[in-house]
Ligand binder design. Structure first.
Ligand code: B12
Length: 217
């Protein structure tokens, strides 16, 4: 029963146990549970609970780090299954993706990159803590169709309108579609910042990226 796997994965993350998270993910994949559902209903639930505890002062940075590691270990088990179930024939477009400057949160961005690859996009993942200048240079170098920006920190959100401004200043705004996501963002923020799209999770990001490329989702 898939709910049992989701709950077990969530609990492995909230109990900070990377080995159990890997075991549960392995078993679930062997039993044919959808990789995307494991991410949404297991991993993300566990990390949301940890975020809530952190906000309430019921856990601290070391616990968040261990929960992040447990999530990473489950994602690394799920990754091959997700890629194997995807489209590796047709390239739908090139995406340069990064977490913005001063933000080290990369679990969600990595999942987004993975899902885009699985859908058939060519993805250049720059990692985290990347300045608008570094992201712009990579977009130019790789001739990107889409630039994906991620942030989980309210203090880092300003990089997004600044990046759009940089594209305008360079006279290349029309060359790129800018797609953004991460917990503190929302469609209004994205629109006000001058972005082309916002997505709340990795599946919606794939749909939005296809839409931006003029491909039916
Ligand atoms: C794990 C975690 C950490 C780990 C990160 C490990 C890692 N490698 O990423 C560590 C321990 C390093 C960490 C550190 C800190 N953290 Co932290 N962290 C979290 C936590 C618990 C989970 C984040 C996560 O991975 N979620 C799971 C993934 C799957 O979800 P996601 O990231 O939202 O991604 C999905 C969508 O948003 C979307 N998406 C994401 N990116 C993109 C990009 C695009 C283009 C698109 C379209 C979509 C998209 O799709 C993803 C997949 O579906 C959150 C709480 C929370 N509920 O989010 C706090 C949280 C983000 N952290 C927080 C804080 C405060 C910190 C610290 C400042 C703590 C401190 N005192 O030092 C530091 C900051 C370090 C830094 N400079 O970045 C706050 C941020 C508050 C705020 N709004 O600014 C949160 C919200 C906790 C809280 N409730 O207070 N953290």
């Amino acid at each position: 029963m898939s709910q049992t796997h989701f709950d077990a994965l969530r609990d492995a993350i909230t109990s900070l146990n990377a080995a159990t998270a890997s075991e549960v993910a392995t078993k679930a994949i062997e039993e044919g549970i959808e990789p995307v559902d494991l991410i949404t209903n297991g991993i993300r639930c566990g990390l949301d609970i940890m975020g809530e505890k952190f906000s309430n002062g019921d856990c601290f940075l070391p616990e968040l780090m261990l929960a992040g590691r447990a999530a990473d270990s489950a994602v690394s088990i799920i990754e091959p299954a997700l890629l194997a179930s995807g489209n590796d024939e047709e390239k739908l477009g090139k995406v340069v993706i990064a977490t913005v400057k001063d933000d080290l949160h990369d679990i969600g961005k990595n999942i987004v990159a993975l899902m885009l690859r699985s859908a058939g996009f060519d993805v250049v993942d720059l990692g985290c803590d990347k300045s608008k200048e570094e992201i712009f240079a990579a977009a130019e170098e790789h001739n990107a169709d889409i630039v994906g920006l991620s942030t989980l920190m309210t203090t880092c959100m300003a990089v997004i309108p600044e990046f759009i401004q940089l594209l305008n200043d360079k006279g290349v705004r029309g060359n790129y579609k800018v797609l953004v996501g991460g917990a503190p963002l929302n469609p209004k923020f994205a629109e006000d910042a001058g972005c082309d799209g916002y997505a709340a999770d990795a599946s919606k990001c794939v749909d939005m990226a296809k839409q931006l490329m003029g491909i039916a989702a």
